[in-house]
Design a protein around this ligand. Structure first.
Ligand code: SAM
Length: 231
C-alpha cells in the first residue's frame, strides 16, 4: 500500500478496512469448518477424550497465538492430548495452517475466551496448563484479567488434577513477579522459578514460542514459573 508523506489516502483507508473485514470474516468461516477446531466445546465437559477419539492425559495452552509451541509439543508427546485455546479467529487460522502439515492425532484447537473455562472442563480433568507470554494488562484496574491472577488460578485449581501444573513463561518482569505473588497467596507449590530460563538448568528441552523467539533475539531474558495446585 502506497504512502503519501506517511499518510494513507481516503481510498487506501477504505481498502484497508475492507481487507481487515474480509480477513476476519474469512477466518471465522474457516474455523467453523475446520476438522481440527472443536465446535460446541461445552459438549465435551468431563470427557474430552471423545473429542480426540482416545483417552490420554490432557494439556492446554491458553492464549496459544499462532500455535508453534503446542504443535511442537504434540509432535514430541504422542501419548498426550493437546488443546490450543485462542480468543481471536484471525490468530487461530495461522495455527490451522501449521496443523495441516502435521501427521498427529493428538492436537485440537478452540476459539474461546478463557474467562469461561469452567463451562467447558470438568473437575480435575486437565493434567497441565501452559501460559506463554500472556497479555500483561499493565493497569492495576485490569489485574484480574491477567491469566495468572488469583481469579484464574482458582479456576485452574478446579479443572486440574491434584498433581496438575501451570507452566508459565514471559519476558515481562512485572507480570512475572505479580504471578509469583498470586501463586503464593493462593497456596500453590512453586516447583520452578527462574528469571533466565535459557541459561538455567531448566533450559534443556525448552520449546520456544513465537514471542519467545522474538524477545530472546532482542536479548531479553525469559522467565519461567512452574506451579502445582494446592491439595
Ligand atoms: N502464546 C503465544 C506466544 O508465546 O507466542 C502468543 C502470545 S500473545 C502475547 C497472547 C495471546 O493470548 C494472544 O494471541 C491473545 O489473543 C491470547 N489471549 C489473551 N487473552 C486470552 C483469553 N482470555 N482467552 C484466550 N486467549 C487469550
Amino acid at each position: 500500500m502506497a504512502l503519501n508523506n506517511g499518510q494513507f489516502t481516503n481510498l487506501e483507508r477504505i481498502q484497508i478496512s475492507f481487507m481487515r473485514l474480509r480477513n476476519v470474516k474469512g477466518s471465522r468461516d474457516r474455523i467453523a469448518e475446520d476438522p481440527f477446531v472443536v465446535q460446541e466445546p461445552e459438549k465435551y465437559q468431563g470427557s474430552w477424550e471423545r473429542a480426540f477419539g482416545k483417552k490420554r492425559p490432557l494439556y492446554l495452552e491458553i492464549g496459544m497465538g499462532k500455535g508453534k509451541f503446542i504443535s511442537e509439543l504434540a509432535v514430541r508427546h504422542p501419548d498426550r492430548n493437546f488443546l490450543g485455546i485462542e480468543k481471536f479467529s484471525s490468530v487461530l487460522v495461522r495455527a490451522l495452517d501449521k496443523r495441516k502439515e502435521l501427521d498427529v492425532d493428538n492436537l485440537l484447537f478452540l476459539r474461546f475466551d478463557a474467562e469461561e473455562i469452567l463451562e467447558i472442563f470438568g473437575k480435575e480433568e486437565v493434567d497441565g496448563i501452559y501460559l506463554n507470554f500472556s497479555d500483561p494488562w499493565p493497569k492495576d484496574r485490569h489485574a484480574k484479567r491477567r491469566l495468572t491472577s488469583g481469579r484464574f488460578l482458582d479456576r485452574y485449581a478446579q479443572i486440574l488434577k491434584p498433581e496438575g501444573k501451570v507452566i508459565f513463561k514471559t519476558d515481562n518482569r512485572e507480570l512475572f513477579d505479580f504471578s509469583l505473588e498470586e501463586a503464593k497467596k493462593a497456596g500453590w507449590e512453586i516447583l520452578c522459578c527462574t528469571y533466565d530460563l535459557h541459561h538455567s538448568d531448566y533450559a534443556e528441552g525448552n520449546i520456544m514460542t513465537e514471542y519467545e523467539e522474538r524477545f530472546s533475539k532482542e536479548g531479553k531474558p525469559i522467565a519461567q514459573l512452574v506451579i502445582k495446585r494446592k491439595l
